[in-house]
Design a protein around this ligand. Structure first.
Ligand code: SAM
Ligand code: SF4
Length: 454
């Protein structure tokens, strides 16, 4: 008999994708997804512990589902980074929790679920798997009806930035065999997926430590040859490992979209050193110059942390200076959050919470203006847009993204989902663009063909 699973997901794209992989596995065990927790026989909270705030959300989410355990006997589980970090402690702390499943244990999910169903026992599985079997392809069994999809190409991280919990909860850096990745992308293409986004904590390091494996640039070249796939993206890149060969791919590979997410974290060399990032502000700026020389239309987004231990006004000023120099298309900005077990958690000179908040507000105000200006530069231009579905704002509108990853809403028919269309940008706002779709005759005009490869 078919049962229902509800998964609540916190955190990054990696977690979103893990949720998808778990849903595919559970489908094979006759658990189908529901978007309504009250209907579910199994409720799983997929967690993030990169900062304190998402970590705390886990406990309140579990609190919300306690009554479903009591009333309906639903099985309750925790997956992801908090599960990996806390392990058995979660079972001790939350008496109605049935399952704790760590980041490397995803393939074991159906068996664990069956064991709980059969015995009523509670389980915690957080063993790390150095062979990387947990990364094995879980191909979709049903057509996805989706325009774009994530593909994990590697897991874990060996960088040990002093603020970051990832290496402790995701394990050592491990690349998936390229053969498996290519097989997955081909399968997605056959199911109608047009855009793939390759995922890893540091995709530039792809293949490191796996003898005879393709480099990341070579992997991109191979994916570029797969029929049906129209667009390729990747995230995240580490500035330290961004090679010239990889930068060159932005001009060589037609399907590779002109966007890079390149976190800088701080504009102060003193703070970058304490963060153990492995580059200086100058080296970061050189990479940006190189990217823009090779691909002038590239959009650059980034991550920054304010209030790292020891950050003084002068350091923060240098971060603002870098912001104004680079003029990022968009920026994810965070207040430093001490993570137990990381080196920075033991650093003295903590920055007061009020000070962190003030700095964050100043930085976000500056970036808001830059983002709006960047978007306004597109007004009047024709952009290639991949239509993804109906827009949230109106039933008469569709939504999609430019190659530079900006959201565009415009009048159009939902039957066009999955099509690449020319759209003239008519109005920019800080978070999205409005546009008008141009006729099919425009799609073959030299002007449009030039914009597609500019
Ligand atoms: N691997 C990516 C890299 O090196 O750029 C980043 C992965 S991390 C999950 C995403 C972002 O969260 C980081 O770039 C950083 O800005 C932020 N972050 C990580 N740890 C943090 C912490 N302890 N406090 C605040 N922000 C943090
Ligand atoms: Fe965390 Fe640094 Fe690894 Fe990114 S590179 S996941 S910030 S340790």
């Amino acid at each position: 008999m078919e049962k229902r699973v509800y998964i609540e997901t916190y955190g990054c794209q990696m977690n979103e994708h893990d949720t998808e992989r778990m849903l595919r596995l559970l489908e094979g065990a006759h658990y189908l997804e529901t978007k309504n927790a009250q209907e579910a026989d199994f409720i799983l909270v997929n967690t993030c512990s990169v900062r304190e705030k998402p970590e705390h959300k886990v406990y309140s989410a579990l609190g919300r589902y306690k009554w479903l355990k009591e009333k309906k006997g639903a099985i309750i589980g925790v997956a992801g980074c908090v599960a990996q970090q806390e392990g058995d402690r979660l079972l001790d702390r939350i008496p109605y929790l049935d399952m704790v499943i760590g980041t490397h244990a995803i393939p074991m999910l159906p068996q664990l679920l069956q064991k709980i169903e059969a015995s009523g026992e509670r389980f915690c599985e957080t063993t790390f798997d150095p062979e990387g079997i947990y990364l094995k392809t879980i191909l979709p069994q049903e057509p996805l009806h989706r325009v774009k999809s994530y593909v994990t190409i590697m897991q874990g991280c060996d960088h040990f930035c002093s603020f970051c919990i990832v290496p402790y909860v995701r394990g050592r850096e491990k690349s998936r065999p390229s053969g498996e990745i290519l097989e997955e992308v081909k399968c997605l293409a056959e199911m109608g997926v047009k855009e793939v986004c390759l995922l890893g904590q540091n995709v530039n390091g792809y293949g490191r430590g796996s003898e005879g494996e393709l480099s990341f640039a070579e992997l991109l070249e191979r994916i570029n040859e797969i029929g049906g796939i129209e667009r390729i993206r990747f995230t995240t890149s580490h500035p330290k490992d961004l090679s010239e060969k990889l930068i060159q791919t932005f001009s060589n590979l037609k399907k590779l979209c002109e966007h890079i997410h390149l976190p800088f974290q701080s504009g102060s060399d003193r703070i970058l050193k304490a963060m153990h990032r492995g580059y200086t502000k100058e080296a970061y700026l050189e990479k940006i110059d190189c990217l823009r020389n090779i691909c002038p239309s590239i959009a650059v987004t980034s991550d920054v942390i304010v209030g790292f231990p020891g950050e003084e006004e002068k350091d923060f000023g240098e971060t603002l200076e870098l912001l104004r120099k680079v003029r990022f298309d968009d920026l994810f900005s965070f207040k430093y959050s001490a993570r137990k077990g990381t080196r920075a958690a033991r650093f003295k000179d903590k920055v007061e919470e009020d000070m962190k908040q003030d700095r964050l507000s100043v930085l976000q105000e500056i970036q808001k203006e830059i983002t709006l200006h960047k978007n306004q530069e597109l007004e009047g231009r024709v952009e290639e847009v991949l239509i993804e579905g109906r827009s949230k704002q109106s039933d008469q509108e569709v939504t999609g993204r430019t190659r530079s990853n900006k959201i565009v809403n415009f009048e159009g028919d939902l039957s066009l989902a999955g099509k690449l269309v020319p759209v003239r940008i008519t109005k920019a706002s800080p978070h999205s663009l409005r546009g008008e779709m141009l006729g099919s005759e425009f799609a073959s005009s030299p002007q449009y063909l030039a914009c597609r490869s500019s």
